[in-house]
Write a protein that binds this ligand. Structure first.
Ligand SMILES: [Zn+2]
Ligand SMILES: [Zn+2]
Length: 373
């Protein structure tokens, strides 16, 4: 077997500690795996949740699940990828054989999810070490690093003229927001949409709704600066989050001619999920695509669900099919229909990964990119 190489990476030694930028040992790619020289990684609120400990992760580990780069080495049995290919990374590889894969739900693969939560690759082992000790992967990717070994099925080949920063964002926030609109909800031209929580995923939902031809797009957030960004990206009305969920829902109904067809909740806040459902019109749906705390519960006005045929839809990764949707999204971006580059508010070098986490926590950033060039 070939020797391990070293890679610079931002290591999380334990939950509640700071990130340390160090040289890790990286084993060569095994069968069905490739090594990628990463050029950009987005920093997502899910990374922050793991960093802060509100979601449990095995440590030590390397965070990061929004990456793009160039294939540098391929393992045994790889036919679809070659050294030199540019790739955007998906955190949802799949086995192709389990019940969910056979039901055409590969993003919910019953084989991959437990392996992901355990912090290994698809065979359950890791390729990362620090001082001889095992280091875990995060979401199969661990993109806060210059290099990563990832499953072949996490790689989506992209044209070589696509900027790596935009390609990286497609790997989580953009797919989660745009595809929640296109795939989970299936928004049709002329329908009315509201988006609650205008971080990276929420703003991606706004641009996805614009591209889908939504008539009304009501942006909802507690921060004025985020509402302004949503307006610049095509939201047609804005509602400041203040008062009770019922108050906010009433304001959204007022701003949308009597209620929306789809209300997307992108932050995982129970109160916003309640307001989302109450902001819908007859036969409308709340689409819950934010990740709440594991112990969170939601209270909903029960009678309106049968009486108005309201629905609640869950959405993980926007129900996306990365092989199909990443190239489509990037092509629409190139043609000027999805202004994804405008989601990027900050760029930092890998050495400042720790400061990037603080920036995401502050709420001032739309999307922070770690520049790994
Ligand atoms: Zn599967
Ligand atoms: Zn994410």
């Amino acid at each position: 077997m070939a020797d391990a190489i070293t890679t610079r990476a931002a290591l999380l030694p334990a939950v509640g500690t700071r990130l340390r930028v160090v040289d890790l040992e990286l084993d060569p790619p095994g069968p069905g795996e490739v090594r990628v020289r990463l050029h950009a990684s987005g920093v997502c609120s899910d990374d922050l949740n793991a960093f802060d400990g509100s979601v449990e992760v095995p440590c030590p580990l390397v965070l990061g699940h929004e990456g793009a780069g160039v294939v540098e080495e391929v393992g045994e049995g790889i036919e679809a990828l070659r050294v030199g290919d540019h790739v955007a990374l998906s955190w949802a590889p799949y086995c192709g054989r389990c019940e969910e894969c056979l039901r055409d739900l590969p993003h919910l693969c019953g084989t991959a999810w437990p392996k992901m939560l355990a912090g290994g690759l698809l065979d359950g082992t890791t390729r990362l070490r620090f001082g001889g000790a095992t280091v875990h992967h995060y979401c199969f990717l661990s993109s806060f690093a210059e290099r990563a070994v990832v499953p072949e099925r996490s790689c989506v080949r992209i044209p070589k003229d696509v900027p790596f920063d935009v390609a990286a964002l497609v790997g989580c926030a953009v797919a989660s927001g745009v595809c929640a609109v296109w795939r989970t909800a299936g928004v049709r031209p002329g329908e009315r949409v509201a988006v609650f929580g205008l971080g990276g995923t929420g703003l991606a939902a706004v641009v996805g709704a614009v591209a889908a031809g939504a008539a009304d797009i009501v942006a909802v957030d507690s921060q004025e600066i985020r509402l302004e960004r949503a307006r610049e990206l095509g939201a047609t009305a804005r509602v400041r989050w203040e008062g009770s969920p019922a108050d906010v829902a009433a304001a959204v109904r007022d701003a949308s001619g009597g209620g929306v067809d789809y209300a997307f909740e992108a932050r995982g806040r129970p109160a916003a999920a309640e307001a989302a459902l109450m902001s819908t019109r007859i036969r409308g749906a709340a689409v819950l695509c934010g990740i709440p705390r594991a112990d969170a519960t939601i209270t909903l006005p029960a009678l309106s669900i049968p009486r108005m045929e309201r629905r609640v839809l869950g959405s993980i990764y926007g129900s996306a099919r990365p092989d199909r949707d990443f190239p489509l999204i990037l092509d629409l971006h190139r043609r000027g229909h999805l202004p994804l580059d405008r989601l990027i508010s900050h760029r930092l070098p890998l050495a400042e990964a720790d400061a990037a986490m603080d920036l995401v926590r502050s709420g001032d950033a739309t999307r922070v990119i770690l520049d790994l060039e």
